[in-house]
Design a protein around this ligand. Sequence first.
Ligand SMILES: CC(C)(COP(=O)(O)OP(=O)(O)OC[C@H]1O[C@@H](n2cnc3c(N)ncnc32)[C@H](O)[C@@H]1OP(=O)(O)O)[C@@H](O)C(=O)NCCC(=O)NCCS
Length: 179
Amino acid sequence: MTNAPSSPISLPEVDLPALTVRLMTPADGPAIRKLDERAFGPGRYTRTAYRLREGVAPDYALSCVANIGSMLIGANVMTPISIGETSALLLGPLTVEPAFRSRGIGEALAQHSLTLARQAGHQLVVLVGDEPYYAKLGFKSSPQGRLQMPGPVDPARVLYCELQAGAFEGITGSVTRVS
Ligand SMILES: CC(C)(COP(=O)(O)OP(=O)(O)OC[C@H]1O[C@@H](n2cnc3c(N)ncnc32)[C@H](O)[C@@H]1OP(=O)(O)O)[C@@H](O)C(=O)NCCC(=O)NCCS
């Protein structure tokens, strides 16, 4: 599997022959912002997860975009964070253009980022999202009180995924932005 941005990765499990997934680059920023604006609206800047990403560049070795030809139709951002003294990753926003949803593109984008993160030796990924969607990617609800987010959040939506067995054992503390 090639991960260079110039070498798109085909995803045979998604039934869209023209679809490619590749690593995100800074040049994708404007198209991703438009996609997120349509999906989340202006309120996205007040979301607690946004506070963890504010002013922090995505990890471009782990963040992915989906294209049909030159059109960007999906994106998943991976951002470095800290949990107390422990390094971790924040997954999201994960967004797919409405016309292309329910074809497995969201799952493929997130799965690809998680595979790259595991290969790079990362241990733990956290997100704020719906457990019924993310369970298929290996995410579980964090026990209440284990992770303190930097703003209001429904505790049931704070999820974690261990990339290495046992990585969440003993982990507790404030989830903070990496400066
Ligand atoms: C969530 C999202 C990325 C999924 O993209 P996608 O390409 O449609 O995802 P997949 O094809 O892998 O999975 C689709 C399935 O997940 C379900 N699903 C979507 N969002 C869900 C949610 N929040 N909770 C539970 N199930 C959900 C869909 O109903 C669909 O089910 P179906 O296959 O039975 O029709 C997309 O719906 C989206 O961009 N939503 C708006 C942004 C958002 O809420 N992002 C997640 C928060 S970070």
